[in-house]
Design a protein around this ligand. Structure first.
Ligand code: FES
Length: 313
């Protein structure tokens, strides 16, 4: 290789657009597979190569020659010599065509950014921002006698009103390892999200009155129930009392609520998804996953078919 006139010969400038394109491709794939990690890697690649591309593309305007292949350099030198011989003494500093070329590119970039950045922001930002954490006070521990099931209806955010109303099946499992144990199952069907019902007699039939608690989350209705399982009215999905799917189209067990005990009250936290549960009550081994949407597998090879996780409350 011949020595360079302008220092060591760098990689061909055509590498930068290719790297930029690879970065964009990784970014787009990451949006589907893993918005946090892979998209970030793609964005970094695109930014680095994009910056190098812009730097080289504008180097002539900034008075520094872009690194070029030796053959190209010789051709350019010959062309420059010929041009210099023909050029009038008062040649402009920048060719008009160059000015128009960069103006067009710059304007196109600005317009493209104005169009795509807000859309990309709406698409990419939510997973990074996370969701507002709701805590729901279901009432005092004494409202939940050990071993009894209740259908609890409540608003997760009274400020949002009825739109935040949810239902959960709640059972006090007693104390395990010195901490209260509860099974708290969401009534959202793991097939398409219909409201699952308890299969069994409720308060009026049992002759047990409903319980109403007034907490920071407003009025909490607790209906006693003796479920033989849970059933979905939409397409016949069936679950056992631990929320395991037993029949029908649901693809996994019912979601559950995590909980905490604060000042003697049962506090519902966020929901999580469950592939299945081994065992019962306080002894149950729960196979937990981060919250998935209705119909999404959380384990097995099928989980890769449902990579997008919509925001959840
Ligand atoms: S939504 Fe529950 S079975 Fe289809």
């Amino acid at each position: 290789m011949e020595p360079s006139e302008h220092g060591p010969v760098g990689p061909s400038p055509t590498l930068w657009p290719a790297g930029f394109a690879v970065g964009i491709a990784v970014l787009l794939v990451g949006l589907i597979v893993d918005p946090m990690v892979i998209s970030s890697i793609g964005a970094v690649i695109a930014i680095v190569f994009g910056a190098l591309w812009v730097r080289d593309a504008t180097s002539e305007l900034r008075g520094r020659p872009a690194p070029v292949e030796p053959e190209t350099r010789e051709l350019r030198a010959a062309a420059a010599a010929a041009a210099a011989a023909e050029a009038p003494p008062s040649a402009p500093r920048f060719a008009r065509s160059k000015f128009l070329e960069f103006s067009t590119l710059g304007l196109g970039g600005v317009i493209g950014g104005l169009v795509t950045v807000p859309i990309a922001g709406f698409a990419i930002l939510p997973p990074f921002l996370g969701q507002k954490r709701h805590e729901t006070d279901l009432g005092p521990l004494t409202a939940f006698p050990e071993g009894k099931w209740f259908i609890a209806t409540f608003m997760t955010d009274p400020k949002e009103g009825e739109v935040s109303r949810r239902t959960a099946f709640v059972r006090n499992n007693g104390v395990a390892n010195n901490v209260p144990s509860f099974t708290i199952i969401s009534n959202r069907c793991a097939h398409l999200g219909c409201p699952v019902q308890a299969n069994g007699p409720t308060g009026a039939i049992l002759g047990e009155p409903n319980v109403v608690e007034h907490t920071a989350n407003g009025q909490i209705l607790l209906r006693p129930v003796v479920p033989a399982g849970f059933g979905c009215p939409c397409h016949g999905g069936q679950y056992d009392t631990e929320g395991n799917r037993t029949a029908g189209p649901p693809v996994r067990a019912l979601d559950r609520y995590s909980f905490d005990i604060k000042n003697g009250h049962v506090i519902l936290l966020s929901t999580f998804s469950v592939s299945h549960v081994d065992g019962i009550g306080a002894q149950a081994k729960i196979f937990k996953y981060k919250q998935a949407g209705p119909g999404e597998h959380v384990d097995g090879p099928e989980q890769w078919l449902y990579p997008l996780q919509p925001p959840h409350h």
